[in-house]
Design a protein around this ligand. Structure first.
Ligand SMILES: Cc1cc2nc3c(=O)[nH]c(=O)nc-3n(C[C@H](O)[C@H](O)[C@H](O)COP(=O)(O)OP(=O)(O)OC[C@H]3O[C@@H](n4cnc5c(N)ncnc54)[C@H](O)[C@@H]3O)c2cc1C
Length: 374
């Protein structure tokens, strides 16, 4: 039987685009199904760990030449303004998703990846191949499907994934600001009651301010403006920022129902990549690197599947699961513990004072939640 594609990728965010590019460079016939056009802004802290820079270079994506801000130190503060500054051992790049996803998209196009701008509505596994059906009833067949559709999608319901049944109590807000006083080499993480926010510069010189908050704390206020002035601005660093920074978006972007629950890595034979496989707490600043890294693992396993002669799907799925868990399982666990600590005001102040006294702890935390350069 002839299939339309070797690989169909559902979702053209970081994980989907990276996997598409990697596979296309190995001469596979790849289709990305993405529901939105490029470029577009996404809710994200926009700090990319340097661990993925060498791998992105190898795919022809050079972040520094896209104007990314080189970031090498961290400012961390608690709600009461207790704070510390620390060097980041590996550091990262400040680049907007608007630019980063668009660069990857254009590179994928140059490498002959096909794109279909529709909603993937259904995926059916038919023993040796897949049929993906879009919202406009287009039907596409392929040998492999990668699920790279992010944190939450109607597909999760259709696939009956376990995490979707648990209500999530997290939401996020993001906007770009003009604020020249913010150091280009810094990423800041500021705590407030029921959440925390990250600040860092992007390639355009704008400062990205993105925060995660619990519904519990948000619902007491009527809207973002009121939440910002009554809750977020309790942190003196954020108060100063909100008072002096000029918003560059007409309205902040928001997302809801953010789940940090463990997810299945292979679901109905789809290889899940990026946030579709699991989302690390944003305070670790590592979700984008994990999305890119998981795409690399998936692309390598798929290459092996097609070249080892047997095309054994069970071996492919086992290998992907094993390599994914080896790379990310511990990081996700540490991320969950850190988040718990940060959101208990008394404990987070105590933990921060400990870190101020023993700054080596911060390197240990970063090591536990980040990987080695790829
Ligand atoms: C508040 C917050 C702050 C963060 N800050 C950082 C940070 O500073 N650094 C960091 O490294 N990580 C951060 N992260 C994590 C990071 O944003 C994610 O880990 C990363 O975006 C994952 O990429 P992805 O490709 O898996 O998903 P996405 O980038 O979300 O891409 C998924 C794509 O799938 C598409 N899609 C969805 N459903 C369908 C469908 N049915 N059909 C077709 N297309 C579909 C979507 O349109 C989207 O383009 C943060 C996350 C949050 C919530």
């Amino acid at each position: 039987m002839k299939y339309d594609y070797d690989v169909v990728i559902i979702g053209g965010g970081l994980a989907g685009l990276t996997a598409a590019l990697h596979l296309a460079k190995n001469k596979y016939n790849v289709l990305v199904i993405e529901k939105n056009q490029y470029p577009n802004h996404k809710v994200c802290g926009e700090y990319v760990s340097n661990e993925v820079v060498p791998y992105l270079d190898s795919l022809g994506i050079a972040l520094p030449s896209a104007g990314a801000a080189s970031i090498n130190h961290l400012l961390l503060s608690t709600t009461d303004g207790n704070h510390l500054k620390a060097e980041l051992p590996l550091g990262g790049q400040g680049i907007s998703r608007y630019t980063l996803d668009d660069i990857l998209y254009n590179e994928a196009l140059s490498n002959e990846v096909d794109f279909l701008f529709e909603d993937a509505a259904q995926v059916l596994f038919k023993y040796s191949f897949f049929e993906v059906v879009t919202g406009f009833s287009k039907s596409i067949t392929s040998r492999i499907v990668i699920g790279a559709y992010g944190k939450r999608s109607t597909l999760d319901k259709k696939l009956n994934r376990r995490f979707i049944a648990t209500k999530s109590s997290w939401m996020a807000v993001k906007s770009h600001y003009e604020y020249s006083d913010f150091p280009k080499s810094q990423v800041a993480l500021h705590n407030f009651q029921g959440g925390y926010g990250g600040l860092s510069k992007t390639e355009s010189g704008a400062v990205n301010f993105c925060y995660l908050a619990s519904y519990e704390s948000f619902k007491k206020e009527k809207n973002i403006e009121s939440f910002n002035s009554h809750v977020v601005a309790q942190n003196p660093f954020l108060k100063e920022f909100l008072a002096n920074a000029k918003p560059l978006f007409e309205q902040p972007l928001t997302i809801a129902q953010i789940s940090f629950e463990p997810k299945s890595i292979v679901e109905n034979h789809l290889l899940m990549c990026g946030d579709s496989a699991g989302l690390i707490h944003p305070l670790c600043g590592n979700g984008m690197a994990m999305a890119i890294h998981s795409a690399k693992i998936a692309a390598e396993c798929i290459h092996d599947f097609f070249t080892n002669g047997s095309e054994n799907r069970q071996v492919l799925e086992r290998r992907y699961l094993k390599q994914w868990q080896k790379a990310f399982k511990k990081r996700l666990w540490y991320g969950r513990q850190l988040q718990r600590l940060l959101l208990l005001p008394k404990l987070s102040s105590y933990a921060l004072s400990l870190i101020i006294k023993y700054p080596a702890i911060i390197n240990k935390i970063i090591k536990a939640t980040h990987g080695q350069p790829l």
